[in-house]
Design a protein around this ligand. Structure first.
Ligand code: UD1
Length: 528
């Protein structure tokens, strides 16, 4: 994880982390709690000066009998390795794309961002021994999650090559840094392990892409069903076991199969006393990945990948070694890169059945998709091979195994270059159409009615779009704009690259290696 200079805001954040570091005294004095029997750190013993209404960056050390020593920045440097710090946005970045280039060659697919974030959160369950997690993509989101873990006292080390070691045996706080949690959606997931392990936790409301209201009602009701009392105060969710000891297994039916709520409740139930039954849960592969990780740590989870989870709580989970599955959304994005440029590329590693929806749609459009070996997929949209240009199609997003909402923008960009009319219905998030206006600037003929877009087709084999400056407003929408730029005539400048950096590892180097003409331009951040 590379070093970059920090923004003022991040400097302040880091200062907070430095001034109130994980308290080694407190850590060593806290026995690793047997969830249903031993005492837990007491949030209510926090002095008034550090109570809920305190400054948002205040941490709640677990043991308050001794004040943590204040560290000078230089002393702090010895406890916070520089290479593991969050990168700063000291610069604005834009991607400058020259369109009309054909792609060829092979691209390596990184580990899944969303699975890695969930498993990193899940590593807080490991009260005995470190978790060794392989295939963690180097992204600003995974670095932020590392900061969230560190802010409660976990040790997070990057061992190189995508291997991250998290030692959460000595957690020293049940309140992760609100600033870090507020940057990403997945930061909120640590609520599950913290409350299950310590009987209480206080976590700020999450961040993430602005693609809808993204409420947390399912988390709240699910944790209540496991015997927790949940309060929202001053932008933070405070959860404690109602019996003062630990969570109790229970039954909960999710009104909607939310990925994050399923993951949070799965982690919580893994350490609750007794059996929990969670129904209508998310079946996304990333949820199954988290379940596999927890099982490797000693959890008892049946039904991962199905709509019902039966979880028998364990008193304590231990560390384990685990490898993150390949990122199906990154794979889908590169499949669109090939299709939108009417090219032929191969990608690996992939798990083909994770991609069946995308393969189905791209085949309908006229692409030829071939399994070239275990985990190696080839996609060709070269007109000579496909027997004509690509045709539009109907697409509706829905929870897995439906079409992923995280690929809707990229597929819409593709449809803007296909023949015939297409319809795109977004059913997961109510406000995930920011890319439409930017695609329209490139000349895409899209009419938006609420969350449904009518995409008009183009004449065969003509360049559908023409480049101009545009800006990403969210992660997947940003990727869609870059793809559209690759299909557009002339130069497209895509601003807001920080959104893309949240979720794509080496995005432009990978595109460059396939033959795209793309470069990153860096300008000083005018806000600093
Ligand atoms: C996760 C993914 C995100 C993906 C999304 C849907 C991570 C870090 N992010 O986000 O990339 O786009 O799944 O596949 O894994 N909802 C409620 N109440 C709740 C929770 C959710 O109504 O308590 C609704 C949301 O508003 C949304 C829908 O459920 O309309 C899906 O959201 P959810 O599955 O929770 O997405 P995330 O976990 O936030």
């Amino acid at each position: 994880m590379s070093i970059r200079s920090e923004t003022r805001k991040e400097r302040n954040t880091r200062k907070t982390l430095i001034l109130i570091p994980p308290n080694p005294m407190a850590s060593s004095s806290i026995p690793i709690r047997e969830p249903h029997s031993t005492p837990k750190p007491n949030l209510h013993s926090v002095p008034a000066s550090m109570a809920l209404a305190a400054a948002p960056s205040t941490h709640f050390p677990l043991s308050l009998s001794r004040k943590p020593p204040l560290l000078t920045p230089s002393a702090a440097a010895s406890v916070a390795p520089a290479h593991l710090e969050i990168p700063a946005l000291a610069f604005d970045h834009k991607l400058v794309v020259s369109g009309g280039r054909q792609l060829s060659g092979h691209v390596h697919i990184s580990g899944s961002k969303n699975a890695a974030l969930a498993v990193l959160a899940g590593s807080l369950c490991c009260a005995a021994g470190p978790a060794v997690i392989r295939g963690v993509p180097d992204l600003s989101d995974t670095r932020t999650m590392a900061a969230v873990l560190r802010s409660v006292g976990a040790r997070v080390e990057e061992a190189g090559g995508g291997e991250v070691v998290v030692d959460a045996t000595r957690v020293s706080s049940v309140e992760p840094s609100p600033d870090d949690v507020g940057r990403i959606r997945a930061g909120f997931f640590v609520l599950g392990p913290l409350v299950a392990r310590f009987g209480e936790a206080e976590v700020a409301l999450p961040g993430g892409c602005k693609i809808g209201a993204r409420p947390i009602d399912l988390y709240v009701r699910g944790l209540s069903a496991l015997g927790a009392v949940v309060e929202l105060r001053h932008g933070k969710v405070r959860v404690r076991a109602a019996n003062g000891k630990g969570l109790i297994g229970g039954q909960f039916h999710l009104d909607y199969p939310s990925v994050g709520a399923t993951e949070t409740l799965m982690m919580a139930a893994s350490m609750a006393e007794g059996v929990s039954v969670l129904s209508n849960v998310a079946r996304e592969p990333e949820v199954a990945d988290l379940a596999q990780f927890l099982v490797a740590c000693g959890a008892c989870i049946e039904g991962a990948g199905t709509g019902t989870l039966v979880i028998t709580g364990r008193k304590q989970l231990h560390g384990a070694e685990f490898t993150i599955a390949p990122d199906r959304i990154e794979a889908g994005t590169f499949m669109v890169a090939a299709a939108i440029t009417r090219s032929c590329i191969s990608l690996s590693p992939v798990i083909p059945y994770h991609l069946s929806c995308m393969i189905d749609k791209l085949s309908t459009a006229g692409c030829r998709i071939t399994l070239r070996g275990p985990g190696i997929l080839e996609i060709s949209a070269v007109p000579a091979a496909t027997g004509g240009d690509l045709q539009g199609f109907y697409l509706k997003t829905s929870p897995y195994p439906g079409f992923p909402t995280d690929l809707q923008p990229q597929f819409m960009a593709l449809l803007a270059t296909c023949n015939g009319s297409s319809i795109v219905e977004e059913s997961v998030f109510e406000n995930r159409m920011h890319h439409v206006e930017e695609l329209q600037k490139l000349g895409a003929r899209i009419k938006l009615h609420g969350s449904t877009a009518l995409v008009e087709g183009r004449k065969p084999r003509s360049l559908a779009l023409s480049g101009c400056p545009i800006a990403a407003a969210d992660l997947r929408g940003g990727a869609a704009l870059v793809l559209a730029g690759m299909a557009a005539e002339g130069v497209t400048e895509v601003g807001g690259v920080a959104h893309i950096d949240r979720g794509y590892e080496n995005f432009e180097p990978k595109l460059l290696s396939l033959g795209a003409e793309i470069r990153r331009e860096v300008t000083p951040n005018s806000y600093l």
